[in-house]
Design a protein around this ligand. Structure first.
Ligand code: ADP
Ligand code: ZN
Length: 723
């Protein structure tokens, strides 16, 4: 190490970046860079790559050159660094000559810690010569996979980087990427001529992301429903076609959600404006095709919804990976319909190259397996990257949270297969399900299928059940399809065994609970939402003034920490994650004022004493006010809601909100003493039936048999998985 020791590394981490600990691999990489060693690091998006070069850049003499592929991102990256008090600048074709000269002068006089460059700069001979005149500490190559044709973002300009070591002899090169395949890794090391690099392959697990797959029934309604549970937090909706992007964005706007479209068919200005609006929290949702990608550096994306099946797991991982980069919880929902696979497969079949077609199908099949198999979603994602997830339960996907149930579906499978068999194996799943359900569609009558003995035998189950069953039978290979664009269902030999009663059939299904069972709330990150809103507003105002994205001021994580820690002095504010000296000086006062005045309005709120414990990411046990504790104690003794209300001289709705708060903090309570077991079951059934966590539809269909207070309590108990 040149002029820094271990304690300097840690004090810089705390003072400049405001973090008290390193994430996995960061320290090792930083130490290698400080020892002038080449580095090759594969870290997932959000893993904290920038700190790995920004921190040593501060400690080493000279300027760190950062090669970054997107001109549009450079300004944000530089703003971000500057907001931490790092001396940073960029040079690219968007600047005029004066600006470029100013930045270069700062570089020559050694004022800059970081200088961001686009790779094509290095191709300019005179520019490369100029660089040699300054003092360079090391070179960081961001998005290094752009150098490989095997990656998903090949950029010929990156090939220029092969000359780096000749251009700047003796200068270490640190390459970073989030793309992990072997071929890409090999290309990066070889083409950059990395010299015995420290090689890091970080885990691709993103513990703060939760994954859910839901069968697609009504895309628009399901997307809207999911967004409504997100409390105005930002998120991305991916759709396959431009047309669907437009339609979905319009639908959301109509429903009062601030949403904008993004796809390659829009004119570049509109695209840039929409992306910027999303980046700066001026629109809550961006609805996009996969064209919306690398340019996203936004750290506070709280959800990603895929309205259609992605083509492969790698794409899905990258797209979902754009959420939760700040380490806060984020939710990834995939709406799945088996028909998507056929649709995408049809396009694959049009490919000329046989090998490409084969690989395409293989990858598509893996993606469909992700959605269909009753195996932990996270395990499946990680196994794609050849990584094994230890343990049986990831605690953050629908499979692990809700569990899988095995249902003997022999009879129902026979009904489906009988309908297929009797209609000559010539119809698709929609028609077959119509027969079993006893529908009288025009097409069905036209073929006389209402006369079949199987017509209407399956009325006892809903359509969604039959669709699930057919999907499961396809996945378990009792059925197969003929692979055309409008596939017809056919029996396999295994299917025939079940049809003729030689074998039974067990279907595996994710257990149903109200949506989002226990995710997010289990993290304890939603303390004092009203204060959070105020802090967010302040952040927004500052961001507007400075024309930077809000998370450049403070991350969501920092704001949540403020809500938890409730700091009222500069010292305690420093304990908040992401608050270092510079940010304290720049923004501390405004944020402290907001917290102080909020506390004055809420005298009951206790300020946590142990600040060190409060900064930890772990959910903690919340302090409950005396009044909540009293209501809970009476409920635990077995009194009904009404009795507790009378005893305490409060409204039943107040008691209900006390109990809900208690339950939401992961505490148990036997609610069947409060509300009769029959009523509990009745309410629960409605939540499940409507597949919602909204109260209104549930109350309406209960037709006066239960009220809002009861429904709220049951919902909270369901969300905690205790009922
Ligand atoms: P990447 O480039 O790998 O996608 P970033 O460098 O953008 O990731 O970092 C993602 C987020 O993680 C940023 O908000 C950053 O401030 C935060 N971060 C990085 N290192 C740490 C750390 N040691 N402790 C807490 N947060 C961190
Ligand atoms: Zn899981």
């Amino acid at each position: 190490m040149l002029n820094a020791d271990q304690s300097q590394i840690f004090s810089t981490l705390q003072e400049t970046f405001g973090f008290s600990t390193f994430r996995e691999n960061q320290l090792e990489i930083i130490q290698a860079v400080l020892h002038n060693k080449d580095v090759f690091a594969v870290m997932p998006t959000g893993g904290g790559k920038s700190l790995c070069y920004q921190l040593p850049a501060l400690l080493l003499a000279g300027t760190c050159i950062v090669i970054s592929p997107l001109i549009s991102l450079m300004k944000d990256q530089v703003d971000n660094a500057k907001s931490l008090g790092i001396q940073a600048g960029f040079i690219n074709s968007s600047q005029n000559i004066e600006d470029q000269t100013r930045v270069m002068d700062a570089f020559f006089t050694g004022e800059l810690d970081l200088l961001y460059l686009a790779p094509e700069r290095l191709a300019l001979n005179h520019f490369a010569k100029k660089l040699q005149r300054g003092k360079i500490s090391f070179v960081a190559v961001d998005e290094a996979h752009c150098i490989s044709e095997w990656g998903h973002d090949f950029r010929p300009d990156y090939l220029q980087l092969a000359h780096l070591h000749d251009l700047l002899p003796g200068t270490a090169v640190a390459a970073f990427t989030a793309t992990a395949t072997k071929q890409v890794a090999h290309d990066i090391v070889a083409r950059l001529h990395l010299n015995a690099p420290l090689t890091i392959r970080a885990s691709f697990n993103r513990p703060n992301l939760s994954y859910t797959v839901r069968m697609r029934e009504n895309t628009g309604r399901q997307i809207l429903q999911e967004i409504r549970t997100q409390n105005n937090q930002p998120g991305i909706v991916y759709r396959l076609s431009r047309n669907d992007v437009e339609k979905t964005a319009k639908m959301l706007q109509k429903n009062g959600i601030a949403a904008l479209p993004y796809h390659a068919g829009l004119d570049p200005t509109e695209r840039a404006v929409n992306q910027d609006a999303f980046n700066k929290d001026k629109t809550q949702v961006i609805v996009a095709t996969v064209a919306f990608g690398m340019g996203i550096d936004k750290s506070n994306v709280r959800f990603v919804i895929h309205g259609d099946l992605p083509k492969n797991i790698e794409g899905y991982y990258q797209e979902t990976g754009r959420s939760g980069r700040d380490g806060e919880p984020a939710h990834c929902l995939l709406l799945y319909n088996r028909g998507d696979m056929m649709r995408l497969g049809y396009f694959l079949d049009q490919l000329e190259n046989k090998q490409e077609r084969k690989i395409g199908w293989q990858k598509l099949k893996q993606m469909a397996d992700y959605a269909e198999l009753p195996i932990c979603r996270r395990k499946q994602l990680l196994s794609y990257f050849a990584e094994e997830l230890p343990g049986d339960n990831c605690g953050g996907c629908d499979i692990c949270l809700q569990g899988v149930e095995a249902i003997d579906a022999t009879t129902q499978a026979q009904m489906i297969m009988s309908a297929i068999h009797r209609t000559g194996q010539r119809f698709g799943s929609g028609h077959i399900i119509d027969i079993v359900l006893g529908a009288k569609t025009k097409r069905l009558l036209q073929f006389g299928h209402d006369k079949l003995p199987t017509h209407g035998v399956g009325k006892g189950h809903k359509k969604i059940f039959w669709r699930r069953l057919v999907d499961a039978m396809l996945s378990d290979e009792l059925l197969t399809t003929d692979g055309s664009q409008f596939p017809v269902l056919q029996l396999t030999p295994a299917g025939e065994k079940v049809l003729y009663g030689h074998k039974s059939y067990t279907m595996h299904m994710v257990k149903e609970v109200a949506q989002h069972a226990s995710r997010q709330d289990a993290t304890g990150h939603n303390m004092h939402p009203e204060l959070f809103e105020r802090l967010r507003e302040q952040r927004h105002t500052l961001a507007e003034e400075q024309n930077v994205p809000p998370y450049v001021i403070f991350s969501d994580r920092s704001l949540h920490d403020m809500c938890k820690l409730l700091p009222t002095t500069p010292d305690t504010l420093l304990a908040v994650n992401g608050v270092g000296k510079v940010k304290l000086e720049q923004y501390g006062k405004e944020f402290l004022e907001i917290i102080t005045s909020w506390l004055a309005e809420n005298p009951d709120v206790k300020i946590p004493e142990n600040t060190a414990a409060a900064v930890s990411l772990e959910p903690e046990n919340k302090q409950f006010s005396e009044t909540i504790q009293k209501s809970v104690a009476l409920a635990q003794e077995g009194y009904s809601l009404e009795t507790i209300a009378v005893k305490r001289g409060l409204k039943p709705s107040t008691i209900a909100s006390h109990l809900v708060e208690w339950l939401e903090d992961d505490n148990t309570l036997d609610i069947r003493k409060l509300i009769s077991p029959e009523k509990c079951t009745l309410i629960k059934e409605q939540f499940i039936l409507h597949k919602t966590e909204l109260l209104k539809p549930v109350i309406e269909s209960l037709e006066g048999q239960a009220g809002y207070d009861e429904a709220k309590i049951v919902r909270a108990a369901m969300q905690q998985g205790i009922f």
